[in-house]
Write a protein that binds this ligand. Sequence first.
Ligand SMILES: Nc1ncnc2c1ncn2[C@@H]1O[C@H](COP(=O)(O)OP(=O)(O)OP(=O)(O)O)[C@@H](O)[C@H]1O
Ligand SMILES: [Mg+2]
Length: 497
Amino acid sequence: MATDPSRDLRTLLASRHQVLVASGRDEQRLLELVRSVASPLGLAIWTWTVSRGLAVAPAKGGPNEATYGMSGTRDIAQAIAFVSDSKRHGVYVFLDAGPLLDDPVAVRRTKELAHDPVPGRTVMLTGLGSAVPDALAPEAALFRPKPPDVTELTALLDRTVAGLTRSGMAIRLTPTARAALLDSLRGLTLVDSERLIIEHTVADGVLSDSDLPAIRAAKAHLLSADSPLDLIPTEVPLNAVGGLDTLKAWLVERGRAFEPAARRFGLPYPRGVLLTGIPGTGKSLAAKGIATAWGMALVALDTGRMHGSFVGESEQRLVSALDAVEAMAPVVLWIDEIEKAFSGPGDADGGASARVLGVLLRWLQERPDGVFVVATSNNVNALPPELTRRGRFDEVFFVDLPGPAERASVLAAQLASRGWDPRAFDLSAVVAVTDGYSGAELESVIVSGLYSAYAAGRNLTTDTLVREAGETVPLSVLRAEEIAAMRAWAKGRAVRA
Ligand SMILES: Nc1ncnc2c1ncn2[C@@H]1O[C@H](COP(=O)(O)OP(=O)(O)OP(=O)(O)O)[C@@H](O)[C@H]1O
Ligand SMILES: [Mg+2]
């Protein structure tokens, strides 16, 4: 599951691409990555900054870089010309290469360099965002460093802990907590991870098991800060969902496919489900139950926060969010109301919705093992047909209004979750008067029953529930046509949950 972050770079350096655009903001890590790949290949590493121009980066611990600066190369067009003329092999990392795009001469030279392959020579540009700028396409290729994997995070933790110990901090982590700590750092950058560890140690001088909850919370906060991801606490058990027996049985069966023995048995990893259906029938609730049942982290992708205001920003946000999710595998990714991903501010932004759809569909097709996607939708008409095609999801379920047995099960689950013993009620009497009620409506029957019983100083009884039910007009009556249309859609396209 963990991909070696340097592998992609090695591949790119070996390819005929002379110009790479590197995305991401972790400059330090990028340089380390380049060093780890380039040094064994005997490639020199040069860096360019606007303040210093081109310089050979010294080997780690080597002499001061400044001694190696090339005069006259602070101008980026000059620097590119130098690289182009010298025809020396090496990796030339231009840090914050923004000025290049403002300089037509520099752009032109970069393109010419790209067309004049010199074996072992690569120009890498940073600070140009997360995509190849139009001016450099198609000559440049994109290098997108993956978020750090467990090996890198372990090295970081060891390094940080050693530093903290030297400055007199106490580290008291049990092996289990250490593993849990590493687990909770996945999906973050090295810089953020290091800061989290230090902050939570320095606060009281100790890094111990009791810091874990706060670190997890801080991670959730960091994740949601500039990405559309939210880490959701998993506390809903699958049996809090009433009915949906086919779905639940399917989930229990598929959940087992994450076991190592299933790999040896030749089973592929489960990839995901799409839950469509009538509002208020437990789709979102089931999504939360899956992660709990499988003991995995649950991350929600908020499609509303995905659309940025700049051209290309929506896709970039989505791409880096998906990278973070991959780094957290095994993980359940929940995309609630997925149809909204495709109907953003959209065409005002030159087809952003279409490009976002493209990114998401491609990722759904190619996503790595260990990311299970639960997408929900209550507006099937807004779903692009490509989404429901085979291969994106293992199964498409349709969640209909609960039948009599399912209503009994929903009522029982709802009563139990509020501390009432379902056996104390004649549920069949309530079931008889709630034909066409959704799970959410059954819940509100119980909640209003609780209110009126409490106000009257009485216990909750079957009679109260029956009376409350009589006072609700279910959505299925108000929106009968829409529901009929959804059922018609589901025929042949989805399995009844
Ligand atoms: N099958 C069910 N079992 C138990 N509770 C349910 C069920 N269906 C709905 N509920 C109750 O109704 C609430 C709303 O349901 P939920 O948000 O899961 O519906 P949904 O299908 O996602 O609706 P929407 O399509 O509007 O998003 C739940 O939090 C839960 O309390
Ligand atoms: Mg929902």
